[in-house]
Write a protein that binds this ligand. Structure first.
Ligand code: HEC
Length: 150
């Protein structure tokens, strides 16, 4: 029985590596950020999205309610952004009430998979990724530091 704590991580790892749905080997080619911005506008992503620090024209009647980019505690990877676009329900955006952004666990985002070219997807991700800025949260124990300094 003592072997179980040692074998368990191995079993988990083996499980990951044999998973045909794993992201192993995923690598996105370099895209064109300007083309991505254009695609963002002609596909009217700004109907529902604003982008942090990047003013976008308004679409009459639309009220964007999900901000893309901005401060995150760890890098938004290309893989996460591709997934957010082609499989939005897989992992709903953080920081919003589920009922605001989804219905029965399904993202309210449109499905573009039959309309978007692979090149448009690559360009969109190249455009969006640098808008995510990693910030390190301040320590949650300010009192401890004050006391320790005394
Ligand atoms: C009809 C509204 C709507 C449109 C149009 C739309 N989205 Fe979304 N999008 C959402 C909602 C709601 C979410 C949050 C739920 C989720 O994560 O799927 C979201 C989430 C995202 C996320 C993940 C955000 C995060 O921080 O996790 C990305 C990236 C994204 N959308 C990109 C796009 C792109 C690119 C387009 C245009 C091709 C687009 N969206 C069009 C509604 C929309």
């Amino acid at each position: 029985m003592r072997a179980i704590p040692f074998l368990l991580p191995l079993a988990v790892l083996a499980g990951c590596y044999s998973d045909p749905m794993s992201q192993r080997g995923f690598s996105l080619p370099e895209g064109d950020a300007m083309a991505g911005r254009e695609a963002f506008l002609y596909m009217q992503c700004n109907q529902c999205h604003t982008i942090a620090n990047e003013p976008m024209p308004d679409i009459p009647g639309a009220e964007p309610y999900v901000e893309l980019g901005g401060k995150v505690t760890r890098i938004k990877s290309y893989g996460e952004l591709v997934t957010a676009i082609i499989n939005p329900s897989h992992d709903l955006a953080d920081g919003y009430a589920a009922e605001l952004v989804s219905e029965d666990g399904e993202s309210n985002m449109y499905n573009y998979n039959r309309a978007m070219t692979v090149q448009e997807l690559i360009d969109l991700v190249t455009f969006l990724q640098p808008h995510y800025k990693v910030f390190v949260p301040e320590t949650a124990y300010p009192e401890y530091h004050i006391r320790a300094a005394r």
